[in-house]
Write a protein that binds this ligand. Structure first.
Ligand SMILES: NC(=O)c1ccc[n+]([C@@H]2O[C@H](COP(=O)([O-])OP(=O)(O)OC[C@H]3O[C@@H](n4cnc5c(N)ncnc54)[C@H](OP(=O)(O)O)[C@@H]3O)[C@@H](O)[C@H]2O)c1
Length: 323
C-alpha cells in the first residue's frame, strides 16, 4: 500500500453494541475517493476516552449507525487534499465524529482545525474534547471573577487537570475533590489551590469559600457534595457520569439555595459555535501550554491492551492508539 495514496485503510469497527473487547475488530476497509472539499489524513494518534467505550457499549447519549468506527478525536497529517485550505504535510485535528480509531480519516475541510506549527501531535490528539470542555465549563456559565472560587470533582481527570491549568491562567481559584490522597502533591504542583478527598468533611472545610461554579464529572453523592459546597444561586454543571449514579437533589437546595443545575455537552458547542469562535478557542488552547499526561501509546492492532489499560487502577494519563 502506498501510504501517501492508499486505497485500503485499517480501522477498528464494531457491528453490534457490547463490551468493547468483545465487539471490536481490526478490519481492512476500502478508502473512498476524495470528494471536492475533502481532506485525507494519515492518523498520528487518537485517544481512548471514556465516552468512546460508552459509545461502543451503546450507553452514550447518541447511538451511531452500525457498523461504526469509534474514536471521537485525534490528530493526523494531511496526505491528500481537494481543499485549497489544506496541503500535504499540514497537521490537523478532527472536530466531527468521523471515527479516528483508524489508519486514515477523510473529512470535509470545514470539519478540521489546522494546527499551528510546532504542536506535539500526541497532545494535539487530545485537544478537541477535554481542554475545550474545561474552557467552556469555566467561561460558558457566568464567568467567575478573578480571585473567586470554583469547585470540581474527579479533579485528576483530563478535564479536571485542564480546568486547573486554565483557571490558573484566568486568575480563578480551584477546590479540587479527588478519591486518592496520593494525587494531592501532583495537583497542587499543577496549580490547584485546594485539593481534598471527595468526602463530606471537604464541604465543611471549604464551603466558606462560596464557589459560584461547580463541575460534576462523577454523579451520585459526589455531585451532592458539590451542591452543598456551592454558594447560593451557584451553577452546578454536570458533564460526566464516572460513578454511573444519578443526581439526587434535596428539595431545599433548590428552594432555599436556588441552585442552577445545568449540563454541558461539548459536541453541541462544537457543532453550533460560529467558526471564528471555534478557531479562536482551539488556537488559544493549542498554544495554552496545557500538557495532559500520557499513560501509554498502543498500536491500533493491540486495541485490547488499550481498553484494559483504561480501566486499570492507578492509571495516570491518557491511553492513545497510534498506527
Ligand atoms: N459532556 C462532555 O462534553 C464531556 C467532555 C469531556 C469529558 N466528558 C466526560 O467526563 C468524564 C471524564 O473524562 P476524562 O476524559 O477527563 O476522563 P479520564 O481522564 O479518563 O479520568 C477519569 C476520572 O474519573 C475518575 N473516576 C473513575 N471512576 C470513578 C468512580 N467510580 N467514581 C469517582 N471517580 C471516578 C478517575 O479518578 P482517578 O483519578 O482516581 O483514577 C479519573 O479522575 C467522562 O465521563 C467523560 O465522558 C464529557
Amino acid at each position: 500500500m502506498n501510504p501517501e495514496n492508499p486505497s485500503i485503510m485499517q480501522a477498528l469497527r464494531f457491528h453490534q453494541f457490547g463490551k468493547p473487547i468483545e465487539v471490536l475488530r481490526l478490519e481492512d476497509l476500502a478508502l473512498p475517493p476524495l470528494k471536492e472539499g475533502e481532506v485525507r489524513l494519515k492518523m498520528l494518534a487518537a485517544p481512548v476516552n471514556p465516552a468512546d467505550l460508552n459509545l461502543i457499549e451503546g450507553t452514550y447519549g447518541v447511538k451511531p449507525p452500525l457498523p461504526s468506527v469509534p474514536g471521537i478525536e485525534g490528530c493526523g497529517e494531511v496526505v491528500g487534499s481537494r481543499s485549497p485550505d489544506f496541503q500535504p504535510g499540514d497537521r490537523a485535528i478532527i472536530l466531527r465524529r468521523v471515527g479516528t480509531w483508524a489508519t486514515h480519516v477523510q473529512a470535509g475541510a470545514g470539519h478540521l482545525f489546522k494546527l499551528p506549527p510546532g504542536i506535539d501531535p500526541i497532545q494535539a490528539a487530545m485537544l478537541k474534547v477535554n481542554p475545550a470542555t474545561a474552557w467552556r465549563l469555566l467561561t460558558g456559565f457566568n464567568m467567575p471573577e478573578k480571585g473567586s472560587w470554583i469547585a470540581q470533582n474527579a479533579a485528576n481527570s483530563a478535564v479536571g487537570r485542564c480546568v486547573i491549568g486554565l483557571a490558573k491562567q484566568l486568575g480563578v481559584r480551584t477546590i479540587n475533590l479527588v478519591r486518592r490522597q496520593e494525587l494531592f502533591a501532583e495537583l497542587l504542583a499543577l496549580g490547584a489551590d485546594v485539593v481534598a478527598l471527595d468526602e463530606d468533611a471537604a464541604v465543611e472545610a471549604h464551603k466558606e469559600k462560596a464557589p459560584s461554579l461547580a463541575f460534576n464529572c462523577v454523579g451520585g453523592e459526589s455531585a451532592l457534595r458539590l451542591m452543598n459546597l456551592l454558594a447560593p444561586g451557584g451553577n452546578h454543571i454536570t458533564f460526566g457520569a464516572m460513578a454511573r449514579r444519578p443526581l439526587t437533589v434535596p428539595n431545599g437546595l433548590l428552594i432555599f439555595k436556588n441552585l442552577n443545575l445545568r449540563g454541558l455537552w461539548i459536541t453541541k458547542w462544537i457543532e453550533s459555535a460560529p467558526r471564528e469562535e471555534i478557531d479562536e478557542i482551539y488556537g488559544r488552547l493549542a498554544r495554552s501550554g496545557l500538557k495532559m499526561p500520557v499513560d501509554r501509546l498502543v498500536p491500533l492492532a493491540d486495541y485490547s491492551e488499550a481498553i484494559k489499560a483504561l480501566a486499570a487502577p492507578g492509571r495516570n494519563g491518557k491511553v492513545l492508539l497510534v498506527p
